[in-house]
Design a protein around this ligand. Structure first.
Ligand SMILES: Cc1cc2nc3c(=O)[nH]c(=O)nc-3n(C[C@H](O)[C@H](O)[C@H](O)COP(=O)(O)O)c2cc1C
Ligand code: SF4
Length: 784
């Protein structure tokens, strides 16, 4: 009976159980239901809060619970265009009990549309530390200049800034600025804060250490959001140091500014508005500072106008921020063995083979609908590469776009980071450009020819090509064809479009950890153009006009072609350096490796070599050999020597194919095993050099870039008094061009540059000593 009564007990039982176990036994079902319901409700409430990281606790540091200091709005909303900058009263900072909370990132909506009634103002705070007063003076002077510049801008744009406040880090309470943002008493005048830091470095104990400790502790304090300053509009740091005592960054030059920059990235959750600047007070402080200030001003105006830092590759607030590295495999025209690029799924089917002529038909069809709706008359198709009989019976076809926006090719290319310009051109920034911006090394073309990688634009006016090379890492994305059968975009449009695309991508690097302000500023002036991205640049019917536009802006041109378009090659006007890719030394090997669409591919290659031979006293001509083990290395040295003898190029670049990824390339069976070791590349180069010498040809091994597995053989024409001069005098090239015109008469020797730096010459590795060596994860590599 007792048992039965226990089972039937409920909240109304007049005989409640006497001990805990009895109670549990009797009420367990009800208790469980209540407990589960409670937790479910709590969870639901928690997950629907606007921000999940609200911590309603006082931070570990004591914060005085005083009234908020009141602040008069600087101006009323309707007066804003006439009222000058007004200094923010020092009492602006909040002193009340603090509710530390994280913030969701603001939507990147432009402020312009709402600025008239938002009444937001931007307050720049210039923090500095100083022991021997250099930075103090600079900070005050800097703030004055900034203020003057903002007054002008505010008058123009009706956006008002408060006058910058200069704050000595030795005098302020860090809690007020670095645990949360200063708050204003007047909620109707919301203020956006922008922090600037001027930090000298000291390897002795100074106030800098307190600041750094504070930033670090705040980031690690579990009671505070890891990015409590994410509401900042932006921040940027400038370091002062002395290279006399601390010559390099590794030896401590500006080390504390770098640290402040790093911790602020974490605390602000990626709000680095402009790259870290650094100046040496005895050498270049004025130049570097004004450069940095110029950049900061531009970003400030943008941020104040739009409420955001604009598009960008975000920096990182996470623990690995200094190790942030990009996925590689996007080096310029490097040939890379990698996983075949997957074209987006269509009807659930993944397409991994290449777009070929049949695919083009499909692309054309898909774009047909688009152009049918257009009222524009279709441009006339140009077929300039095929000289076969024309099919007179075929009905005239409307001309289509090579890469229409709706095509899978477009989607795949943009996913890979290309900006497609018009309907057949592309631009992308290569990993060396990114690397050079961060002082982590430039591409081999810097070592060999003095190309500044951070000022180099990589582009192509034709995404289409006439080969299907087994190692092409654009498999599945680039269209192919033997004839130009597409709409032809005007060169002006391509030129403006690729420049805009390039600059936009550079700007996106602004917040990336490690980007140097100095290089960033330089990168905003393109000096070189590598026409080699993907596809075949001379396929584009207006390539000469396009080159003329580059040169008119004093942008050098390195043009790479695939030795399949002899007529276009012959008609090519001046370029700074002209490349022909030689992917194999004999017909069979070339067929296997390049899988050319032209039936007379070998004859075309031979004709191209003859043209190059003719041009060698006009252009700097280069053979590019890409070594793919198992395809074009073994037993081919003799054949390559024959080709060199035939074309007599100024230079022969020999490069091992690059590996990136794990699987085979487009069914061609390429794996890591096809990537030669550097020792194998050098062995091949030595053998080729010997063969050339045996034939009495004046060539020698001039330079190397072991990092990219690349070696340069040069003609004796570029050896002066026993020293190699493989670099280019770009200034002289443009002078010659401007004096004598694109068809003018001059020789490559006329714009031969200075001596190849010793570190780049054969036997010395080729790594620029100014740069820091890091591995793929960004870890420093010690010099061996
Ligand atoms: C004791 C001492 C230590 C220094 N340590 C470094 C250092 O580690 N790295 C660096 O780049 N500069 C270092 N400097 C150079 C200062 O950062 C540089 O002179 C700076 O301009 C000083 O700014 P201030 O006059 O505002 O204090 C040091 C200078 C002194 C006097
Ligand atoms: S030449 Fe220019 S595009 Fe090519 S790898 Fe170097 S920096 Fe990049």
């Amino acid at each position: 009976m007792a048992m039965a009564s226990n089972h039937t007990t409920d909240w109304g039982d007049p005989n409640p159980p006497r001990d805990f176990f009895e109670f549990w036994h009797v009420h367990r079902e009800v208790i469980l239901v209540v407990v589960i319901s409670f937790f479910s409700m709590a969870y639901m409430i928690y997950t629907t809060l606007p921000t999940r990281r609200v911590i309603n606790k006082t931070p570990k540091r004591d914060v005085a619970a005083t009234e908020l200091a009141s602040i008069k709005p600087a101006i009323s909303g309707d007066e804003k265009s006439e009222v000058p900058l007004e200094a923010l009263p020092p009492g602006v900072v909040a002193r009340g009990p603090r509710r530390i909370k994280g913030e969701l990132r603001k939507p990147e909506a432009t402020r312009e549309s709402s600025s008239s009634n938002s009444g937001r103002r931007t307050q720049v705070l210039v923090f500095y530390s100083s022991l021997t007063t250099t930075t103090e003076k600079i900070a005050n002077d800097f703030a004055q200049k900034l203020s003057a510049s903002l007054v002008g801008y505010a008058a123009e744009r009706k956006d008002l800034f408060f006058a910058p406040n200069v704050l000595d880090l030795a005098q302020i309470d860090y809690d007020e600025y670095f645990i949360s943002l200063p708050k204003t008493a007047d909620a109707t005048t919301p203020i956006d804060y922008f922090y600037l830091f001027l930090i000298p470095s000291y390897n002795i104990d100074t106030i800098n250490d307190n600041l750094l400790e504070h930033l670090q502790e705040t980031h690690h304090d579990f009671r505070i959001d890891t990015s409590p300053l994410s509401g900042l509009l932006g921040y940027s740091v400038f370091g002062l140091g002395d290279r006399e005592g601390w010559p390099t960054e590794e030896e401590g030059f500006c080390f504390q500014a770098k640290e402040v920059d790093r911790w602020m990235a974490k605390l602000t959750g990626r709000k680095r508005a402009y790259p870290l600047g650094m100046g040496d007070k005895k050498l270049d402080l004025t130049d570097r500072l004004s450069e940095w200030m110029g950049g900061v001003m531009d970003v400030l105006k943008l941020a104040a106008t739009t409420g955001s830092l604009g598009e960008g590759v975000s920096g990182s607030g996470d623990a690995d921020e200094s190790d942030f590295e990009y996925a590689s495999g996007d080096d310029d025209d490097e040939i890379v063995v990698e996983e075949a690029a997957a074209v987006p799924k269509k009807n659930g089917k993944k397409k991994t083979n290449i777009d070929d002529v049949e695919d083009l038909g499909r692309i054309i069809k898909s774009s047909q609908a688009e152009s049918n709706g257009s009222k524009e008359p279709a441009p006339i198709a140009i077929d300039f590469t095929t000289y076969g009989k024309s099919n007179t019976k075929r009905a005239p076809q409307p001309v289509k776009e090579m890469v229409p926006k709706t095509s899978p090719t477009y989607t795949a290319l943009t996913k890979q980071g290309y900006s497609i310009v018009g309907s057949h051109s592309g631009v992308k920034i290569c990993r060396w450009t990114k690397s050079a911006l961060r002082g982590r090394g430039s591409c081999y073309k810097y070592s060999f020819y003095g190309i500044a990688s951070h000022q180099c634009m990589e582009t192509t006016p034709s995404l289409s090509c006439s080969n299907k090379c087994v190692f092409c890492w654009r498999h599945g994305t680039n269209p192919v064809g033997t004839t130009w059968r597409w709409v032809v975009d005007p060169p002006e449009m391509i030129f403006e479009g690729v420049k805009a695309g390039h600059y936009q991508k550079i700007k996106m690097m602004r917040g990336v950890p490690g980007v140097r302000a100095e290089r960033f500023a330089e990168a905003m002036r393109i000096r070189h153009c590598a026409l080699s991205l993907v596809g075949e640049p001379i396929f584009y019917p207006h390539i000469n006009e396009f080159l003329g536009m580059l040169h008119a802006e004093r942008i050098s041109s390195f043009l790479v072609c695939n030795a399949q378009h002899p007529d276009q090659l012959a008609a090519l006007k001046a370029v700074t350096q002209l490349y022909v890719s030689i992917d194999a030394s004999n017909k069979e090997s070339l067929r296997k490796i390049d899988r050319p669409l032209h039936r007379d591919f070998w004859e075309r290659l031979q004709r191209c070599l003859d043209i190059l031979r003719e041009k060698r006293f006009k252009h700097r001509t280069v053979f590019r050999l890409t070594l793919v083990k198992g395809f074009n290395v073994d037993d081919e040295v003799e054949g390559y020597a024959d080709l060199v003898e035939r074309g007599l190029p100024c230079f022969v670049e020999i490069k091992g194919v690059t590996y990136c990824g794990t699987s085979t390339s487009a069914g061609a069976g390429l794996t890591m095993a096809n990537v030669p070791f550097y020792a194998e590349v050098t062995e091949f180069v030595t053998a080729l050099d010997k063969k050339l010498k045996d034939r009495g040809l004046d060539y020698g091994i001039a330079a190397e870039h072991a990092h990219s597995c690349c070696v340069l053989i040069a003609s004796g024409r570029f050896r002066v008094d026993g020293k190699w001069h493989t670099r280019i005098d770009y200034q002289r090239f443009f002078e010659l061009l401007e004096e004598r015109g694109a068809d003018g008469d001059w020789k490559p020797e006329d714009y031969m540059g200075p001596e190849t730096p010793e570190w780049a010459t054969w036997g010395n590795g080729g790594f620029d000593p100014r740069d820091e060596r890091v591995d793929r994860k960004g870890r420093k590599i010690e010099a061996s």
